[in-house]
Write a protein that binds this ligand. Structure first.
Ligand code: NAP
Length: 284
């Protein structure tokens, strides 16, 4: 039976460390601030934004919410981004994705000042991650690395398989594992022999967006299994990309959903906001 990787506990430790550093910054007159922009009324996005606000409150970071109607034009959102870029009280800017169809996500991401891009989605930050010289790490992949590290299993030299090649999860995840000297394979919808490739993985990261996609016959005995998936089932329950019941007797370590990667994503966002405040005040 595998050992459960407790994302709630590990994320609480990260947030406590951020809170301690934020308190020390406040004594120097610096209050790190995160602006969260939500366009429209997607219920899942509202939950994420509320959770981010709660985490800011816990860490003693100032959170500023900008809730705009679903009819907001790209020009209006760009004007808000320009205002936030220029505001010294705003150290981090997060635009909750997805955006309504009349707004081009790439235009918005590119308009955010890279020094305030705490999601690390801006092309400048993506490029910096690629060359291994970065200020911010993308929140979900960085959180996954912390979860893997919590097991004590070294990444170096391990066969790592990432299922999914999105810009926000799969690709940066693979890059971070590579920076840690893992031997990395990226799989996607056109991959052949997916089951066989996954079964070779010492570290398997699933970022597919399909409930219970990873089945027991895809997992090597003793593997570290990280489930990024957050899929809403018809009964309203959250479900990961891994068939948890079937895979946990085989894996060495496994993350639950909920309570695994999700809380780490938010904790990393808090860490990035703190780092942004330090960088912008010449303290990092
Ligand atoms: P995405 O952009 O939809 O990407 C999904 C990836 O899965 C694509 O690269 C796709 O391949 C691949 N895929 C789809 N079907 C496949 C198949 N049959 N075999 C192999 N690969 C397949 O999704 P995402 O944004 O990366 O998110 C993935 C999941 O993580 C979602 O459930 C999302 O909700 C969750 N998520 C969680 C967090 C968190 O904080 N926990 C954060 C972000 C995302 P192609 O490229 O070939 O289409």
């Amino acid at each position: 039976m595998s050992i459960l990787i407790d994302g709630k506990k590990i994320s609480a430790q990260v947030k406590e460390a951020v809170a301690a550093e934020a308190a020390a910054l406040r004594e120097q007159g610096i209050e790190p601030g995160l602006a969260v922009v939500l366009v429209g009324d997607d219920p899942a996005s509202r939950v994420y934004v509320n959770n981010k606000k709660k985490a800011c409150d816990f860490c003693g970071l100032r959170s500023m919410e900008y809730a705009l109607p679903a009819s907001t034009s790209e020009a209006e959102l760009l004007a808000l981004i320009a205002q936030l870029n220029a505001d010294p009280a705003v150290n981090g800017i997060l635009v909750q994705l997805p955006l309504p169809s009349q707004i081009c996500e790439e235009h918005i991401i590119a308009a955010i000042d890279p020094r305030k891009d705490v999601d690390a989605f801006h092309p400048v930050n993506v490029g910096k991650i690629m060359i291994g010289d970065f200020d911010f790490l993308p929140c979900t992949p960085a959180g996954c690395i912390d979860l893997i590290d919590s097991t004590g299993v070294p990444i170096e030299g391990k066969r790592c398989v990432v299922i999914g090649r999105s810009n926000i999860v799969g690709k940066p995840m693979a890059m971070l594992l590579l920076h840690r000297n893992g031997t990395v394979t990226i799989c996607h919808s056109r991959t052949k022999n997916l089951k066989e490739i996954c079964k070779e993985a010492d570290i398997l990261v699933a970022a597919v967006g399909k409930p219970r996609f990873v089945t027991a016959d895809m997992v090597k005995e003793g593997a570290v299994v990280i489930d990024v998936g957050m899929n809403r089932l018809p009964d309203g329950k959250l479900c990961g990309d891994v068939d948890f019941e079937a895979v946990s007797p085989i894996a060495g370590y496994i993350t639950p959903v909920p309570g695994g990667v999700g809380p780490m994503t938010i904790a990393t966002l808090m860490r990035n906001t703190l780092k942004a405040a330090k960088l912008q005040n010449g303290l990092a």
